[in-house]
Design a binder for this molecule. Structure first.
Ligand SMILES: NC(=O)c1ccc[n+]([C@@H]2O[C@H](COP(=O)([O-])OP(=O)(O)OC[C@H]3O[C@@H](n4cnc5c(N)ncnc54)[C@H](OP(=O)(O)O)[C@@H]3O)[C@@H](O)[C@H]2O)c1
Length: 383
């Protein structure tokens, strides 16, 4: 039996890597649904190769263009961001959540409600919704398999049955493109410089997050909720080579790590094949050629976004939701050249100070707080 796969964000970096693996194993996987924002031409190509049953295009103009050019008569074509429910009603074994930002929240919630296995790349959905998604998944028997290379690494080496013996999770961080720059050199950073990651090829938003190290802050929050670990038991270590993808330290002093070349197809294939493994065409790591691996503490002064992520976890309640929303607005404004690189953390900090921090009891609360925080951040930027 082939595994049925639906991808939310099929035209992005994670979506393309997922389809690359499926293409290598057409005997094992079949594509049921694909969802995108506006890149309808790439979607047309994907439809001709993978013949999904249903597609969704958020942008109305792209939807019309896609319909005009599509030749697959049996394909169901939907428009709008609320079409995720219709897609998830198709029989699916695994949903790959690869939309960027909190826009990817509802498909993850929908999959968790239906008890479908989730390959979770969209870290923002966990960050903004606290423990709601993990609780929902648990209640409905939905397994969340992390795609983020760090969390995927931890998932692979985590002895969850011996939780008491876990002394800490060690998240590794490449340090991004500005690891070796002085703070003074950061004020004139352009979007082009910020999205040029030294080790990974990724979408623009996560690339900027890697440059500010907010990405690691979001991953700290993601790990906290996903593995139910207090923030005191999660350490961040800078590891510029991106070979050790993360580790778990146990009470007997053992540290178990997962290693590999920096290629997202490895963690993605792990989630698709779970609990098995499949061979994929990635460059294998040659240990004897590495020579040296380095690890050091992050510079919290140079990367204030990391501090803000820790602070939001300390503030608890809706603070991570506020942090995430403000960061999305700030990064988008930076990419549109409305604010400078060094304004990103200021917008996030000021939004955290200005927003009212409240309990999160429902997905509606998450959406309301996300919306309100975006308004505050936008106002701050406009003023
Ligand atoms: N890239 C990586 O290596 C990597 C690693 C770890 C985790 N992640 C996480 O994976 C997620 C995706 O990252 P990415 O790098 O693949 O991003 P990306 O390249 O920007 O792709 C985003 C995908 O989501 C779609 N999309 C964007 N906004 C949408 C909206 N409002 N509604 C519906 N679809 C929307 C895009 O469609 P269009 O193409 O039509 O715009 C595209 O298919 C992020 O949460 C990121 O943090 C990525």
């Amino acid at each position: 039996m082939k595994k049925k796969v639906t991808i939310f964000g099929s035209t992005g970096s994670i979506g393309l890597s997922t389809l690359d693996i499926i293409n290598q194993h057409k005997d094992k996987y079949e594509v049921v649904g694909l969802s995108i924002n506006n890149n309808y031409q790439k979607l047309l190509e994907q439809v001709s190769v993978f013949s999904p049953k249903i597609v969704s295009i958020k942008d109305s103009i792209s939807y019309e263009k896609f319909k005009d050019e599509n030749t697959n008569q049996s394909l169901k074509i939907l428009n709008g961001s609320d079409s995720y429910d219709d897609i998830l009603d198709y029989d699916t074994d695994i949903v790959v959540a690869a939309i960027t930002g909190s826009a990817g929240l509802l498909p993850v919630v929908g999959a968790a409600e239906r008890g479908i296995t989730i390959a979770l790349a969209n870290k923002e959905s966990l960050v903004c919704s606290g423990s709601l998604i993990t609780s929902l998944a648990k209640k409905n028997g939905s397994t969340i398999l992390p795609v983020d290379s760090e969390h995927n690494a931890i998932y692979q080496v985590l002895d969850i049955k011996n939780k008491k013996s876990i002394s800490k999770l060690i998240l590794t961080a490449s340090g991004g493109p500005f690891l070796n720059k002085n703070i003074e050199d950061l004020k004139d950073i352009t979007p082009e410089q910020a999205i040029k990651h030294p080790n990974w090829s990724m979408g623009k938003k996560i690339s900027v997050d890697s440059a500010t190290m907010m990405n690691k802050g979001l991953e700290l929050i993601e790990a906290h909720y996903l593995f139910d670990m207090p923030k005191e038991k999660i350490e961040i270590v800078v590891h510029p080579e991106s070979i050790v993808h993360s580790c778990v330290e146990y009470s007997d002093g053992s540290i178990l790590a997962q290693m590999g070349n920096p290629d997202m197809r490895t963690p993605i294939s792990y989630t698709l094949a779970y609990p098995e493994r499949i061979p994929i065409s990635v460059d294998k790591l040659k240990l004897s050629e590495i020579k040296k691996l380095t690890f050091f503490e992050p510079d919290f002064k140079k990367f204030p976004c990391l501090n803000l992520a820790y602070l939001s976890l300390k503030m608890k309640k809706s603070a991570p939701t506020v942090l995430n929303a403000a960061n999305e607005i700030a990064v988008d404004s930076f990419l549109k050249r409305k604010i400078s690189y060094l304004d990103i953390h200021k917008v996030v900090e000021k939004t955290l100070n200005k927003a009212s921090i409240s309990d999160i009891n429902s997905i509606k609360d998450v959406i309301d707080i996300d919306c309100e925080s975006r308004s505050i951040a936008t106002e701050l930027i406009n003023s």
